[in-house]
Design a protein around this ligand. Structure first.
Ligand code: ATP
Ligand code: ATP
Ligand code: MG
Ligand code: MG
Lengths: 165, 165, 165, 165
C-alpha cells in the first residue's frame, strides 16, 4: 500500500503542477506530503502561488483563486483515476469570465474520457455543453425536465461569449 | 462502463417519474432558483448509498420523499435508478446493462436493488469498488462545497490520494 | 430591555414578511420567537415558504432561495435600524437573473437611506450602481483602483440586462 | 452621518496609498479574481476593530501587511483610515468630519487613532455605539458568508434583533 500511495502521489503532484499553471496562466503549485511521518499517516499540504504573487498561505487566496486551485486538484486526481462521471454543482460561481473560459476549455479536453454533469447559471459554461437539460416548475413545486438541445442536433454551438464581457 | 440514464420518481420535488438520458461528454443542467437542479445531485448521491440525511439537506429520511405542494398531495414513496452501460465489463457483473435502484417508503422501509433484484448496500459498494464511484469526495462537488477540499485537514486530503491509488 | 426587544421583534417580523413576498413574488415567511422562555433568552426561528410550495424546513430550500431569504432578513433589520453603510461581497452569486433583478430593484429603493458597497461579477448588479470602482493588478500582485464612473457623469445608465438572458 | 472615504496604505495587496471616495447610494466594486476586492472588505472590518485574524483570512497579524511580490519588497506597516461626514452630529464628538485610523507594524506594535489622535479600541467602540456599525453582523456580509445567518443557532439569531433594538 505504501508504494502504491507514493506512486499515486508522484503522478497527482505532477498533474496538479501542470494543470494549475494552465488554469492560472503561470504561477507555481505543489502538493507536499509531510515526510516526518509514515506516508500512510502523513498529511497533504497544498501550496499555490498565482503568477506574480509571493508565496503565501492558501487561506490568503481570493475566493476565485481558491476555487480554481481546487479545480486543478480535482482534475489532477482525474488524470490518475478517472471516475466514470463527475457532478459539479455551480463550481463556476466564484469565477470571473476569463477563468470560466479557461475552466470550460479544460473541461472540454477531458470530456472525451468521462461524463460531466455541470449545474450552472453562467452562459459561457452553458454554451459549451453537448446536451442541455432545462429544469422548470411550470406546476409550482413540481420539477419537470424540459428542453433538450443535443450538440449534434444543433450543429452550430452558440458563439461562446468573448472572455472580455 | 459509463452512465446511461437517471430516473427519479417521488424524490424531493420530482413528484412524477422523470428520466434524464446522460450522453458522453458534458451535460449541463440549468434552470431558475429552486427549480430542482441540486435535488438531482442529491438523488445521485442517495442512490449511491448516502446515509447522512444532513448531506441531503433534510432532518429525517422522509424529507426526501415528495412532500406535496399547494396543488398536490404528498406521495408515499421515493425511488431513484441509475443505469450504466457495462458492455466493456467495467463492473464485475454478468450484465451488459446494470441498474442500481434505491427505494424508500414513508413508513421508513427502504431497499436497494441491482437490476431489479433486492440486495444490500454492501453489494452496491462492492460492485462500485475500484470504479472511483465508491467514495465520491472528488467526483461530486456539491453546491457551495468547492472550498471544502482546501479547508479540510491535511490528513483528510491524503485520503483523496488513497482513493485515487 | 424586554419591551424594546418585543417592539423591535414585531417591526422586523412585519418587514420580513413584506420584503420576502416582494422578493419572491408571493409565498409566506415569518420570524418566530420561542415563547416558552423569557424573550431575552429565546431563539429566533425563520420560516420561509416560496410561492406554490409546501411549508418545509429552511434547510430544504435551494441555494438561491436561502440567499434571497437572508437578503429579506437583512433588509428587514435595515428598516428598523439602518446602519450608515452596508458591505455585500458577492451576495448575488447564488441568484439567477430574475432574482438578481428583484434584489437590485429593492436595493435601489433603499439606497437613499444608506450607503451600499456591492462587490459583484454580475453585469446587472453593476449596471445599477451610482459609482463604479474597478480594481486591477496592472503591476502583478499590487492592487490599484482604476476607472470611476459617476452616474451623474454618465447620464444614461447602461441598459439593465433583460431578466430573461 | 455618512461615510466619505476609505484610505488604505500597505494593507494586504494595496502596497501604495489608495483612496476610495464613497458617495451616497450604491457603490459597486468590480475586477478579476484575486485583484483585491475582498481585501477592501477586510480593511473595513479591521479598521472597525476586528481582532480575529482568521476572519481576515490570515494566521498571524502581520499577514495583513503587504508581503511583497515578484517585483516589490515587503512593507513594514499597514494603515487604514475611514472618514465620516459628521455634520449632522450622528457621532457623539465635536468634529464635523471624523476619521478612524488603525495602524500595525511588523514588529507587532499597533494603534488606533480618532482624527489622528491616539486612542484605544474601546474609544472607537464607544464612538460607534448605537450607529449600527458597532456589531457588523448584518451590515457586512463577507464573500461566501450569506448562508451563515440561516445556519446560525436560533439564540444567535435573536442577537440580531438585540442589535437592532
Ligand atoms: N421532499 C420534498 N418535496 C417537495 N419539494 C421538495 C422536497 N425537498 C425539497 N423540495 C423543494 O426543492 C426546492 C429546492 O430545489 P433545489 O435545491 O434543487 O433548487 P436548485 O435548482 O438547485 O436552485 P438554486 O439555483 O437556487 O441552487 C425547494 O424549494 C424545496 O422546497
Ligand atoms: N499581505 C499581503 N500582501 C500581498 N498580497 C496579499 C496579502 N494578503 C493577501 N494578498 C493577496 O490578495 C489576493 C486576494 O485578494 P482578494 O481576496 O481581495 O481578491 P478578490 O478581488 O476578492 O477576488 P475574487 O473575485 O476571487 O473573490 C491574493 O492573491 C493574495 O495573494
Ligand atoms: Mg442548487
Ligand atoms: Mg473576493
Amino acid at each position: 500500500a505504501r508504494e502504491k500511495l507514493q506512486v499515486t502521489y508522484d503522478i497527482v503532484r505532477k498533474h496538479f503542477q501542470d494543470i494549475f499553471q494552465h488554469l492560472f496562466g503561470g504561477g507555481k503549485a505543489d502538493l507536499i506530503l509531510d515526510i516526518e511521518k509514515d506516508i500512510l499517516e502523513s498529511g497533504l499540504d497544498i501550496i499555490a502561488q498565482p503568477p506574480g504573487k509571493k508565496l503565501s498561505h492558501i487561506s490568503l487566496l481570493s475566493g476565485g483563486e481558491r476555487a480554481l486551485t481546487t479545480i486543478a486538484l480535482i482534475f489532477a486526481l482525474f488524470k490518475v483515476q478517472p471516475s466514470p462521471f463527475y457532478i459539479l454543482d455551480e463550481i463556476d460561481a466564484p469565477l470571473d469570465e476569463a477563468n470560466i473560459g479557461r475552466f470550460v476549455n479544460l473541461l472540454k479536453t477531458l470530456a472525451s474520457e468521462a461524463q460531466f454533469l455541470i449545474i450552472t447559471h453562467n452562459k459561457l459554461s452553458i454554451s459549451e455543453a453537448d446536451i442541455l437539460y432545462g429544469i422548470t416548475m411550470e406546476e409550482s413545486g413540481v420539477s419537470k425536465v424540459v428542453s433538450v438541445r443535443l450538440a449534434a442536433a444543433a450543429p452550430k454551438k452558440p458563439e461562446p461569449l468573448p472572455a472580455d464581457k | 462502463m459509463y452512465l446511461k440514464k437517471l430516473e427519479l420518481n417521488g424524490f424531493k420535488s420530482f413528484a412524477d417519474k422523470t428520466t434524464l438520458e446522460i450522453l458522453p461528454g458534458v451535460t449541463s443542467i440549468v434552470g431558475p432558483n429552486g427549480c430542482g437542479k441540486t435535488n438531482i445531485v442529491d438523488a445521485i448521491s442517495w442512490v449511491l448509498g448516502e446515509q447522512r440525511i444532513r448531506m441531503l439537506r433534510g432532518y429525517k429520511m422522509e424529507d426526501i420523499i415528495f412532500n406535496g405542494t399547494s396543488g398536490r398531495q404528498p406521495i408515499g414513496m421515493a425511488e431513484v435508478t441509475l443505469t450504466f452501460d457495462n458492455s466493456d465489463g467495467g463492473l464485475p457483473i454478468e450484465y451488459s446493462e446494470v441498474s442500481i435502484t434505491r427505494r424508500i417508503y414513508r413508513s421508513g422501509e427502504s431497499g436497494y436493488y441491482i437490476n431489479k433484484k433486492a440486495c444490500r448496500l454492501k453489494d452496491i459498494n462492492e460492485l462500485l469498488l475500484g470504479t472511483g464511484l465508491g467514495n465520491r469526495s472528488y467526483s461530486l462537488v456539491g453546491q457551495g462545497r468547492i472550498d471544502q477540499i482546501l479547508q479540510a485537514r491535511p490528513e483528510e486530503r491524503r485520503k483523496l490520494l488513497e482513493e485515487a491509488a
